[in-house]
Write a protein that binds this ligand. Sequence first.
Ligand code: NDP
Ligand code: 8X3
Length: 252
Amino acid sequence: MNRIALVSGATAGIGYSTAELLAKNNFNLIITGRRKERLDELKTKLESEYNISVYALSFDIRQKDEVFNAIDDLPQEFRKIDVLVNNAGLASGLGVIQEGDIDDWEKMIDTNIKGLLYLTRAVSPIMIENRKGHIVNIGSIAGKEVYPNGNVYCGTKHAVDALTKGMRIDMLPHGIKVSQVAPGLVETEFSIVRFHCDKEKADNVYKGLTPLYAEDIADAVLYVITRPEHVCINDMIVTPTAQASATNIIKD
Ligand code: NDP
Ligand code: 8X3
């Protein structure tokens, strides 16, 4: 029987590629995000290309009730979630703290920390009941280091780093694995979102180097969730070869 994976933030970037790679590897999928049309298109594509079933759940992860209702209402055949990939997240803005936009801060805190917590709180009891499961949190190099102007985004990803460790301790008696994949620069819609749709600024982030692509992180997630039963990858930092730390990046 196919394993079931829930991938949050599957309408773009890392989540989209992860959903596609897991489909290729015979996972049935629950895909989530706000953009319903993209979810529906992805569901159609994956079900037609691979011999799997997909359930699309459109909700805003910042809305507690939407998250819990979505999981409560899952059809029986999708309830036994084996893998939760907590991927939905964003950066909004890049600037010094004293000039920070509070709406940007709240968006990042509500999505990257609170949203991840809501979904984990909704799904982890199902895993405990099934006595198996694997939670993979998509952290960041920004959760390991802090870089200029990254303040609040880095704070949210440091929270994901700490929550991953805390979850692993809490899930230990239940045999549920908890892992983190922490990427460096990945070219997705991330910078477009961070710079509020300023494409030129977004393109500049990746100009002059070969960044990671969403497929590279999907590949890391697949590796993490396909280890033998007795092996748990705790943490995996993945950067482009041209990046040695959050701020040491070689460009042409
Ligand atoms: P994208 O912008 O390409 O994708 C982000 C995904 O998150 C989208 O599917 C989006 O769906 C979803 N999302 C955002 N806000 C919400 C919300 N309120 N409710 C539901 N879903 C939401 O970025 P990436 O693929 O790059 O980012 C994925 C994760 O990887 C994030 O957690 C990010 O912090 C992390 N990361 C990214 C790096 C990078 O360089 N790109 C590096 C390190 C970590 P929708 O808009 O449809 O709701
Ligand atoms: C995204 C990577 O370096 O832009 O988490 O913060 S970075």
